[in-house]
Write a protein that binds this ligand. Structure first.
Ligand SMILES: O=C(CO)[C@H](O)[C@H](O)COP(=O)(O)O
Length: 221
């Protein structure tokens, strides 16, 4: 199974995004956190900045919407032609319709769950998704401590994904580091968002490679 590292730019130098992106050529994608100061208590960037980032990288862009009214906004990001659009189930009134709309517009559809949101109620809609994002911190800020309590949910999600017979990626986001990546991979994750670990490293690209190597070594599924 492929293990993918998608660094989050949240902890990069946001005033030099174009430069920061060039520091991670080995990444499998670029994770862009969109926050609205309503769904989460933090504010980052929106459509115009994502559009600008697209002009500066060939990396697949993975937009993580931490915003209210996900049903209305998610298609606007898919319309930009990004690789993946992730919306939070807690912010969506019609998650199946929204996932279908993202796919119809040509992006991969992904749904995120906060640490306390269970996966079981959404088992039947997994086939509408290309990826499930399991938050391993409360969404809103980089640099938080990884929540071990999410590990059983990663295992359960892997079981449910296996049962679909489809290739649905499981992404983890928050506190992912050289210390925690193995636990996530062993539990069943295959896409890893890392912000602080990558952008606070002396050599961010070396850290991307090291994280992926550890994930591959620990993959227990
Ligand atoms: O979605 C996020 C916060 O809501 C970030 O992507 C995440 O926290 C990554 O940062 P770090 O690796 O520093 O935890």
């Amino acid at each position: 199974m492929a293990m993918r590292i998608t660094p989050s730019i949240l902890n990069a130098d946001l005033a030099d995004l174009a430069g920061e992106i060039t520091r991670i050529p080995s990444a499998d994608g670029l994770h862009v956190d969109v926050m609205d100061n309503h769904f989460v208590p933090n504010l980052t960037l929106g459509l115009p900045v994502v559009e600008a980032i697209q002009r500066h990288t060939e990396l697949p862009i993975d937009v993580h919407l931490m915003i209210d009214d996900a049903d209305a906004w998610a298609p606007r990001y898919a319309d930009l032609g990004v690789h993946t659009v992730t919306f939070h189930v807690e912010a969506a009134r019609a998650p199946i319709r929204t996932a279908r709309e993202i796919r119809r517009l040509g992006s991969r559809a992904s749904m995120a769950l906060k640490p306390a949101t269970p996966i079981e109620p959404y088992a039947d809609m997994l086939t509408e998704l290309d990826m499930v994002l399991l938050m391993t911190v409360e969404p809103g800020f980089g640099g938080q401590k990884f929540l071990d309590l999410v590990l059983p949910k990663i295992r359960r999600t892997r079981e449910l994904v296996k049962a679909t017979g489809q290739e649905i990626w499981i992404q983890v986001d928050g506190g992912v580091s050289l210390e925690t990546v193995e636990r996530c991979a062993d539990a069943g994750a295959d896409v890893f968002v890392a912000g602080t670990a990558v952008y606070r490293a002396d050599d961010p690209d070396e850290m991307v490679v090291a994280l992926r190597d550890r994930a591959i070594a620990a993959c227990g599924h």
